[in-house]
Each structure stands twice: as structure tokens, then as C-alpha cells.
Ligand binder design. Sequence first.
Ligand SMILES: Nc1ncnc2c1ncn2[C@@H]1O[C@H](COP(=O)(O)OP(=O)(O)O)[C@@H](O)[C@H]1O
Ligand SMILES: [Mg+2]
Length: 364
Amino acid sequence: MAPEPVEAEPVEDAASTDGMAEADRPIEASAQDQGAGSSESADPVEYEPSADADIATAPPVSRETEPEYGGTPLADQIADETRRRIALETAVLPLPVQTRVFTISNQKGGVGKTTTAVNLAAALARSGAHVLVVDLDPQGNASTALGVDHRSDQQSVYEVLVADLELAAVVRPSTEHERLDCVPATIHLAGAEIELVSLVAREQRLRRAIDKHLASMDRPYDYVFIDCPPSLGLLTINAFVAAREVLIPIQCEYYALEGLSQLLSNIELIEKHLNSELRLSTILLTMYDSRTNLAQQVAQEVRDHFPAQTLETIIPRSVRVSEAPSYGQSVISYDYSSSGSLSYREAAAEIAQRAAAAAQKEGN
Ligand SMILES: Nc1ncnc2c1ncn2[C@@H]1O[C@H](COP(=O)(O)OP(=O)(O)O)[C@@H](O)[C@H]1O
Ligand SMILES: [Mg+2]
């Protein structure tokens, strides 16, 4: 399953094949048209100058009214977002039959793991699912974003891992949504990598705690998201053992794919030795900037390698997404109608609908 290490091409190789100058490109079209459920209705109208196009003889039509553009990029974007919003309002997100436990993992820092965990969890909770986020990063960013106290005097996932505290004792309601809970991480977790080494069943500790908690619940969670630290140490191994599915966020930047083959071979090792149920189910492209050739190239390369796992939805780079955590909110409650909120809701819908479709196929 591990592919050849894949590297993004340098940007200058990204020849613009359509012959358009960068400034002439309808810049938002490609990112927006990736949106789940909207692509059929929002086919981009590509501007393709004919080979012998001659500006001097072109009819004097202003660019704004050029029918082949379908309007200005901004107008296109607004129209497209409106279509996607309407599609989402009517979308049904089927609940899974069994709890889906995801680990959100990538040993690179700053690729959008925490942002993805928090916003997918918020989107799914709003759509009717009962969701738990387990913060497994000593930084405690997911706890902060969900409005859960993670100061060092609080009990957290640290005590669960090293002192056998029950998970139920540290589950906290989030301020985000009534159906969304969080197990916070405190800074003590930074020492857990070393403390775990000498403990019995050191790789299974999170799995046991989560399974026991789920078994004790009248209505178990529909989704559990484990937000991993940016490393491949024992904390991340605990997350891989506890989960059934791996979700890898990939930032659409240079170097994004470096290290991916190591992550994949680790997943394979875990699957072989510690958790035979584990599979890489989902890849989410994040922080996409449609104006750069590089982002488009990285996205294409990921799709080429992982056609089945990569979601159609791409998360755009958006200021609203990065502002939301400082208000202790997901982008969905911080700015419901922003493009970041829309994209995370679409990603959540895709995750729910893909699994339901796969289950139905298996049943037939
Ligand atoms: N789509 C996005 N647009 C803009 N900023 C983003 C986006 N996703 C994440 N960020 C910001 O990038 C930084 C790293 O994201 P984060 O989710 O914390 O990554 P990780 O958990 O992988 O370290 C954070 O400051 C976050 O707010
Ligand atoms: Mg993080």
C-alpha cells in the first residue's frame, strides 16, 4: 500500500497549459468546483482561446459580459457558494451503524490536523451525530478550540493513559454543541511518551479506555476523532491502535508529500501487528490556495496516488478558519456562511455519505 515517495514538482514546471496568463484565470473556480455535491451543477466554464486567437480582431466585448467567463470571478464564487449552501441544507448525513473511530494523523505539524478534527466533529454534531474528540496532543489545541479547560491542574487523557483513569471521568461537554464532547489534553501529556515505555500494554491503553467507555454508554458515540500530535511516537501509536480509520490531512504546499510514505508504512506495520482493522479511509486536502499552480499540482498528485481515499471536497485557505479557535469555536459556529465552514460541512457530508454508500454496496 505504501506508494513510492512522491514529491511535488517545482512550481516553474507547472506550465499553464491553457495558455492563459495567471491574472486572466477565473481564480476561484477550481477550488470551489471541487465542492462535494456541487460539481455536477457547477461545471466550470473553461475559457479556451482558439489557437489563432487574435486580440486585435476580437469583438469589442467587455470582459464582464464575456459569456465564456460566466461572469466575474467574484460573481461566479458567490453563485457557486449559494448553490453549495442550498445543496447542504437538503443533504442527509446518514448515521453510522457502529461507532466510527478516526485518528487524524500526519507527523508534520501545522497541516490542519486539529482544525480538521474540530470542524468535522462540529459539522457532524450539528447534523445529528453524537461525537467525541480525544485530544492527544500535549499542546491541547483541540481542547481550546472546543472551549474545554486544559490547564495543568485538570485531569485529562494523560491520567487515562498512564494512571488507568476511566475515560468517562475526563469526558467534558464542549461549548460548541450539545452533542459534541471532548477529552482534553494537558501539558503533562508531553511526558507520557516516555512514561508509557515501561507500562504494560503500552500501545493498547487508549483503545481499552475508549472501547470500555463506548461499551458502557446507552447510546455510544457515532464518531470519535483522535487528534494526534505531530510525531510518530507512542501517543500516535496508541491512536492508531484505538482507531479503525485513519484520516490524513494534507496541506497543499511544497513538501506536503514528503514523509507520507513513512506514515503509510507505519500504518501498515500497525495493521500487521497491533490492529488488523486499521485502514487509511480518508485523505483531506487542506489550506488550498487555488491561485497557485503548486496547490493544484499537489492536489492532483494526491488524487493520482489515492483516488479512492481523497475526498472531493478541498478545504480552502481561509482567514475565518484560522480565527475561529481564538474564540473557542469551530469555524462553523464562528462564521457559518464562510467558505471554510461550507467546506468542512461538505467534507463531513462526504465522510458520512461515502460510508453509507459503501455499506449499502456490501449489503447488496
Ligand atoms: N484552511 C485553513 N485556512 C487558514 N488557516 C488554517 C486552515 N487550516 C488550519 N489553519 C491554521 O493553520 C495552523 C495549523 O493548523 P492546525 O490545525 O493547528 O495544524 P496541526 O494540528 O496539523 O498542527 C493553525 O494556526 C490553523 O488555525
Ligand atoms: Mg494540532
